[in-house]
Design a protein around this ligand. Structure first.
Ligand code: ASP
Length: 307
């Protein structure tokens, strides 16, 4: 039995991921092939090319990939001039003795691997950033740009497309081996160099074939602080059912009593290939895509919602 699930934004790639498994391929290939079309879609403003930039107008991309047999993982953060961070993350996992590369080092490695370079900032995203900035700064501040403190602006950074944020993919191939991947341009107008949960193994993504695969979208700072993806897998290990394990992780998020500025949505597949997703917080319409062996086309499923 094979299964692929992804969040709403992943809809443009799930057919490719499903095809890999239908043809008897690997979960890792389903993840990479599913995420690449999402990264290439310029209408999705929280992933890849077309993503909203940071406060300096630079698109900084983060991604990770993990497999559940040997718990190997690779991740990249703040990549600017390459089009497919998920593919760079996979090469970090396969070719380096490291897990996470950021910035210049990640770009150097991507070049060594002959990854595709390109401009990720589209005209539409540049205009959205300029308008956002102009609405918040005085003429004097605009004239001094970028020689002013960006920190006050970061307080206001928000993801204008949060219902179609970051993409996550989880896959299980025939035989039970699992993999997971995440790719994002992060929160719109974030402070330069900011990493969310997406490239942090254990926060935005975790997989262990014995228990399940988990990935998160939403306010990454919360998932980092609670170690959300790893927590769900640990709760599964401790014997909780899939839904109970996800709810326990939501309980950890709630216990932080933080300002709820957004939402966290947890996607999970257990070792038996059962999918489940739950959104906590300000999420208008939480749904996710699912494809299983024997299904003609992927199906949009309702996630549970905890306000
Ligand atoms: N989790 C992502 C981040 O914090 C954002 C998102 O999922 O919308 O970068």
């Amino acid at each position: 039995m094979g299964i692929v699930i992804c969040n709403r934004a992943g809809g443009v790639g799930i057919a490719q991921g499903a095809r890999v498994l239908e043809e008897g391929g690997l979960a890792l290939d389903a993840i990479e092939q599913g995420i690449r079309p999402v990264e290439a879609d310029v209408t999705i403003h929280s992933v890849g090319r077309g993503g909203w930039p940071n406060l300096l107008g630079q698109v900084e991309l983060d991604a990770c990939i993990m497999e559940g047999r040997a718990l190997r993982a690779g991740a990249v953060g703040a990549v600017r001039s390459f089009l497919h961070p998920i593919s760079i993350a996979r090469r970090v996992m396969e070719r380096l003795p490291h897990v996470l590369l950021v910035g210049d080092g990640a770009e150097r490695f991507a070049r060594e691997c002959a990854m595709e370079e390109g401009e990720n900032l589209t005209a539409e995203a540049r205009e959205a950033w300029q308008a956002w900035r102009a609405a918040r700064l005085s003429e004097d501040e605009l004239a001094r740009w970028p020689d002013l403190s960006l920190a006050p602006l970061a307080q206001d950074a928000a993801d204008p497309q949060r219902t179609h944020g970051t993409t996550i993919f989880l896959a299980q191939e025939a035989g039970g081996h699992m993999a997971a991947g995440v790719s994002t341009s992060g929160w719109a107008f974030k402070y330069p160099g900011r990493l969310g949960d997406s490239p942090i193994i254990g926060a935005g993504c975790y997989v262990d074939d014995r228990y399940g695969a988990v990935a998160c979208v939403g306010q990454g700072e919360l998932a980092i602080r609670a170690g959300t993806a790893r927590a769900v897998v640990l709760y599964l290990k401790m014997g909780l059912g899939l839904r109970a394990a996800c709810h326990e992780a939501i309980d950890d998020l709630q216990a932080m009593r933080d300002d709820l500025r957004s939402f966290v949505m947890i996607h999970a597949v257990n070792a038996r290939g059962m999918p489940y997703a739950v959104a906590w917080g300000d999420h208008p319409n939480p749904r996710y895509w699912m494809w299983q062996d024997g299904m003609g086309a992927p199906e949009l499923c309702e996630a549970e919602h905890i306000a």
